[in-house]
Design a binder for this molecule. Structure first.
Ligand code: CAA
Length: 303
């Protein structure tokens, strides 16, 4: 952190200088990028060295894009990238005041990571999850610091989207919520606090719309292009729901629908069979090169 930034900030997160991001997929990369851009030192951890390398290369390309757009001086993108240290060892969390987990939407995996982080990270550190639907209360319950566990749900693409949905688990403390909101604000984002409930607010509303678009496609109501055009031109959505599903990842969309279905018990949340079928086929959207649309360019980093 620069001295100027430290001096300028006196909010609840003033002492936070270094954070760790666990998971170098689409979301983890974006989160690491915005924290490094905000002046924080970042440890980026993924399971294997080649995944870490790929994550750093993706962030480098994204920073070059921002640099070009914003007219940054030549060294700035490289200096930001240099603040991100990649690695495969979770013990990078040992000297971090905040750890943000951004691995795939698999409760067993997240649970294992939270148990390990609870043992490794400083006792006062905040453990946050970028989960898009898994219960923060359940993740907090596997640690001995439930009051310092919270959801920080960033939106894709992280460098562009201004929202961070802050999710309070049953035991999340006020100080933790204030710190998370303050951090989001330091990244130039708007924090909105919600309570832990299946899908929170963002995906409780967004995902049934996407799922319904998949039903429309499966039932032959219209083509993918027609469905997306109706929503773009008729409702001023920046992209159609099927293109958005490809951006998010069809596997992520399916797991969120399963959480809604199981957690709320209403058949209106049943995942569309076509969504299941595409996921089984490995058509996961942009990251696999094919979803509702085809993406002939090299697939980007899977989450
Ligand atoms: N990194 C940095 N900048 C990026 C970027 C990235 N990965 N992707 C796009 N941008 C920038 C572009 O450079 C461009 O900037 P300017 O306008 O300043 O030139 C701007 O964003 C718009 O990009 P494009 O012109 O390339 O394309 P676009 O106008 O079609 O916008 C979009 C792309 C921002 C993705 C827009 O279509 C959009 O907002 N889509 C909706 C995205 C959305 O709903 N996200 C939430 C998904 S839900 C989620 O993430 C949570 C979950 O749990 C599932």
């Amino acid at each position: 952190m620069s001295t100027a930034t430290e001096a300028a900030h006196a909010g609840p997160s003033a002492a936070v200088r270094k954070i760790a991001v666990i998971g170098g997929g689409i979301m983890g990369n974006g989160i690491a990028q915005v924290f490094a851009t905000g002046g924080f030192d970042v440890a980026l951890v993924d399971a294997r060295p080649e995944l870490v390398e790929r994550a750093l290369a993706t962030i480098g390309r994204s920073l070059e894009r921002v640099a070009k757009k914003q007219g940054w001086p030549g060294e700035q993108a490289r200096a930001i990238l240099a603040r991100i240290r990649g690695g495969t060892d979770l013990s990078a969390a040992r000297d971090c005041a905040v750890v943000i987990e951004a691995v795939s939407e698999d409760f067993a995996l997240k649970r294992r990571i939270f148990e390990q982080l609870d043992a490794l990270a400083p006792a006062q550190a905040v453990l946050a999850s970028n989960t898009s639907s898994i219960s923060i209360t359940a993740l907090a319950a596997v640690t001995r610091r439930a009051e310092r566990v919270i959801g920080m749900h960033f939106m894709n693409p992280v460098p562009v989207m201004p929202l961070v949905e802050i999710i309070r688990g049953l035991a999340t403390g006020d100080a933790t919520a204030a710190l998370a909101a303050d951090l989001a604000q330091r990244l130039g984002k708007t924090a909105v606090e919600v309570n832990d409930y299946p899908g929170f607010v963002s995906n409780r509303i967004l995902m049934p719309m996407i799922n319904e678009a998949v039903f429309c496609l499966m039932e032959g109501v219209a083509s993918a292009e027609a469905i997306d055009t109706v929503m773009k031109l008729g409702m001023s959505h920046p992209m159609g729901p099927l293109a958005l599903a490809d951006l998010i990842g069809l596997d992520t969309c399916l797991s969120i629908m399963e959480v809604l279905h199981e957690g709320l018990g209403d058949s209106k949340y049943r995942p569309c069979p076509l969504l299941r079928k595409l996921v089984r086929a490995g058509h996961l959207g942009r990251k696999s090169g094919r979803g509702f649309y085809e993406y002939p360019a090299a697939p980007s980093t899977p989450s």
